[in-house]
Design a protein around this ligand. Structure first.
Ligand code: C2E
Ligand code: CA
Ligand code: CA
Length: 555
């Protein structure tokens, strides 16, 4: 609106200026006409006063003409100046509209244009148009812990470093947030030059960045995709978008592979992305249709063999895809933001199911890193607990060790909030990598669960011991290290993935602990659990009554 208001009078003025130019031209013509007769008369009158002076009206008209010419000329030169200024302003506005205001890099729109030009083979003679998608690793944490000023400084210096290392003919763009891109014009037929250039770029960016909060270490993940300029494309913009999407997929792969690296685009990534989209749609439908159900895996006291609780594990039999493993659908649900809804519905059902179990039995549930990041998660859990009237002390929330990689203080806050509800918190997948001793000491876990990948290896230990190759009691295996770590920290231990009696025997030699695994049976549905508990006489009282009722009825 502002702009329009501003423009209208200027346009008016310009139009008036053109009228003025017309008037000045007319005045000149008149001047020539009138001046031709009047000037000689004036001159003659000056030389010889006897000669009659020219008509006053004509002299006035002549003077008016002169004034008009001067005025018209001034307006004309003003107009010229204004047009120049306006052209300059327009060029500046155009330049600004192409640039990212913070870093001065090209913005997303002009990056697309640059890429379209590169694909069309414009600019330097080149064989390939390349697009490098760049995303900072953990930029949110940098912003959260060091403030936005330091965040801006990081973005600025990344932009500077990218411009410094960019090869001839390349354009550096900031696509938004912490996403950058480099558009390359590659003349070599050998794409190895791109590889070495990207490696240099990654190494250069990984050098410490000076900020007001002191030096910060930032890394990037990059995805590279190229287009053969020799290939004709019908739709340039479509081709540019496709290339950008491909580089994006490759960048995600680099993130998945562990960040601080680059990845080339591969057509398998497109196939995977399509499958993921299809699975996302299937999960959405599955949630509506109630296709997900909780299954339960027994947890046992290894010493007594007594059943002490169950771990709830999600199961999905999709109408479209058939049975899908949680190792596949949980990450997809996490990626598309459905994990919260899925998990809450399953936990709600599990709490209802567990109400009919004996009061000594606990229920363990797995929660994903996404839920750990949700500050409302403890409230949501409390709501579920209240709705089911399930005692919080019997609920155990399992947090995977991989979550500790993330913002540790946020994880700590979440654990404390959960414990304030009265629920217990366990460290799942213990030993798979990231927990340090300090973290274990500062985080108030109630239990650690040794990952099944280590427990499974105990079979080899058992075999070696039976062959007399080693002494089982003396042999240092990672599991025994983890068990002593737990003991040292006074945190009880659960071993998962106990598949056979030999593993069980080895574990029992390591001391007191709980365990779970296929040796005790595969995870089973709620009905099977009820049957099992009825046999063990481990149903809560009302359920026992119900079962007796049912039995009487069926008899
Ligand atoms: P997890 O928490 O480590 O769960 C244990 C996994 O080990 C389960 O696989 C279980 O079926 C399997 N397992 C149990 N005993 C044995 C054994 O003796 N040998 C072997 N080889 N495997 C055994 P499942 O059900 O396929 O679950 C895989 C992972 O999916 C779980 O690993 C957990 O991280 C995740 N998950 C499952 N349900 C949920 C859920 O409701 N929410 C979240 N966030 N994650 C879930
Ligand atoms: Ca678990
Ligand atoms: Ca585990």
């Amino acid at each position: 609106m502002e702009k329009k208001k501003d423009q209208l009078p200027r346009l008016d003025k310009a139009q008036r200026d053109i009228v003025m130019l017309g008037i000045a031209t007319a005045a000149i013509l008149l001047f020539v006409g009138i001046g031709g007769t009047v000037m000689p008369q004036v001159a003659q009158h000056w030389v010889d006063s006897s000669v009659a002076p020219p008509d006053t009206a004509l002299v006035n008209a002549l003077l008016l003409n002169i004034a008009l010419i001067i005025f018209g000329w001034r307006r004309y030169s003003d107009l010229r100046k204004e047009i120049d200024q306006r052209r300059e302003a327009e060029e500046k506005a155009k330049r600004l509209s192409q640039l990212d205001p913070l870093t001065g890099c090209f913005n997303r729109r002009s990056a697309t244009e640059k890429l379209m030009n590169a694909i069309a083979g414009e600019g330097l003679a080149h064989r390939y148009a390349g697009f490098v998608m760049i995303d900072l690793d953990g930029f949110k944490e940098i912003n959260d812990t060091n403030g936005h000023q330091a965040g801006d400084e990081v973005l600025l210096s990344i932009a500077d470093r990218l411009r410094e290392v960019a090869p001839e003919g390349a354009s550096v763009a900031r696509l938004g947030g912490d996403e950058f891109a480099v558009i390359l014009q590659i003349s070599d037929t050998d794409l190895e030059v791109v590889e070495s250039w990207v490696s240099v770029m990654i190494a250069k960016i990984a050098l410490p960045i000076e900020t007001e909060m002191g030096p910060l270490n930032v890394t990037i993940s990059a995805g590279v995709a190229v287009h053969d300029v020799g290939k004709q494309v019908a739709n340039l913009e479509g081709a540019a978008r496709k290339l950008m999407h491909r580089a994006d997929l490759a960048m995600y792969q680099a993130k998945k592979d562990g960040r601080n690296r680059y990845c080339w685009f591969d057509t398998a990534m497109e196939v995977e992305a399509r499958l993921r989209r299809e699975m996302e749609a299937a999960i959405r439908k599955g949630l509506e249709r109630g296709e997900f159900s909780p299954h339960y895996e027994q947890q046992v006291d290894l010493e007594t063999g007594q059943l002490v609780g169950f771990e709830m594990l999600a199961r999905w039999t999709s109408a479209d895809l058939g049975p899908v493993s949680p190792d596949i659908f949980i990450p997809v649900a996490e990626n598309c933001g459905l994990i919260g809804a899925l998990s809450e519905s399953l936990i709600g059902r599990a709490l209802e199911d567990a109400k009919s179990w004996d009061k000594s039995l606990s229920l363990s549930v797995n929660i994903s890193p996404m839920q750990l990041r949700d500050p409302w998660f403890p409230q949501k859990l409390l709501k579920l607990l209240l709705a089911s009237e399930f005692p919080p002390a019997r609920l155990d929330v399992e947090i995977s060790e991989s979550c500790l990689q993330e913002n540790l203080s946020a994880v700590q806050t979440m654990i404390v909030s959960l414990k304030n509800l009265g629920v217990r918190v366990s460290l799942d997948d213990f030993g798979t990598g990231f927990a340090t001793l300090t973290q274990l000491r500062t985080l108030p876990f109630d239990r650690v669960k040794i990952d099944r990948s280590f427990v499974g290896e105990l079979r080899k230990v058992a075999e070696a011991a039976s062959e007399g190759a080693i002494d089982r009691e003396q042999h240092d295996h990672i599991v025994s290290t983890l068990v002593s770590l737990g003991k040292g920290l006074h945190i009880p231990v659960t071993a998962e993935g106990i598949e056979d009696a030999s593993i069980l025997e080895t574990l029992r030699s390591m001391g007191e602990m709980k365990g779970q695994g296929y040796l005790y049976g595969k995870p089973e549905d709620a009905a099977a659990v009820l049957k099992r508990l009825a046999q063990l006489n481990m149903l809560s009282e009302p359920s026992v009554a119900n079962t007796e009722d049912d039995q009487r009825k069926s008899a």
